[in-house]
Design a protein around this ligand. Structure first.
Ligand code: PGA
Length: 253
């Protein structure tokens, strides 16, 4: 069967003021303007979403938020709603990144509410899951993922999940230079796809895109993309520089 359409996503985290963000986005836009067979997304900080959306308009790059709050509006100081993301030009939103789980109290329960809000308003959620080093060493990888995905997708129906993207990001591989081996990543991706099959059926299992994240670089992207169940990448550090990220988008060293 044919593989799913790849998605390469860049998570800029808390990097880049607006001038830098627009400069990188503009440069990247020029470098990938001919690409038609890969979906490309960048997630700048909230403050840069609108100008970055403007800078990539008309090209293949789409823009995503790094988080959202599930309420429509209200007295929630510091939070950003789906309508705000949409009005800033977003089509995607990253949900449940391990840094949010680690430092900002994100839980499977809040992830679940955020995915619901994204889906209900037409944003494509990129749901992040992944085990810590201790959990991997303790052979808990699959039970941790089972819980994260199970609780994150609790009460969803098959019809809700057409656009869902899952990103497998082993916490021990994020920003550390340690990448999971392609075999380790493939094993987990297959596990996640089987989970989807068991809970939502074969059609969604075959169509859902599962990205790998954790020290993805031009050097390792092709090998990862050659794996049958890896459909793209969520890239942190290596997405900050236009030339490097453009190489990853092309699966080139
Ligand atoms: P990294 O980050 O590519 O810098 O390891 C990945 C991520 O956190 O999404």
């Amino acid at each position: 069967m044919e593989k799913r359409r790849p998605l390469i996503a860049g998570n800029w985290k808390m990097y880049k003021t607006n001038d830098k963000a627009v400069e990188t986005a503009g440069k990247l836009s020029g470098l990938v303007s001919d690409i038609a067979d890969v979906d490309i997304m960048i997630a700048p900080p909230f403050t840069a979403l609108a100008p970055v959306s403007e800078a990539v308009k008309g090209g293949p790059i789409k823009v995503g938020g790094q988080d959202l709050f599930w309420k429509e509006e209200g007295a929630f100081t510091g939070e950003v709603s789906t309508a705000m993301l949409l009005s800033a030009g977003c089509q995607y939103v990253i949900i449940g990144h391990s840094e949010r789980r680690q430092y900002f109290g994100e839980s499977d329960k809040t992830v679940n509410k955020k995915i619901r809000a994204a889906i209900d308003t037409g944003l494509i959620p990129v749901m992040c899951v992944g085990e810590s080093e201790k959990e991997r060493d303790g052979k808990e990888t699959f039970s941790v993922l089972d819980k994260q995905v199970g609780n994150g997708l609790k009460d969803f129906l098959l019809d809700d999940l057409d656009n869902l993207v899952i990103a497998y990001e082993p916490v021990w591989a994020i920003g550390t230079g340690k990448t999971a081996t392609t075999e380790q990543a493939q094993e987990v991706h297959l596990f996640l796809r089987s989970f989807i099959e068991k809970n939502f059926g074969n059609v969604l299992a075959q169509s859902i895109r599962i990205l790998y994240g954790g020290s993805v670089k031009p050097d390792n992207i092709l090998e990862l993309m050659n794996m049958p169940d890896i459909d793209g990448a969520l890239v942190g550090g290596a997405s900050l520089e236009a030339e490097t990220f453009a190489k990853i988008v092309r699966f080139q060293k």
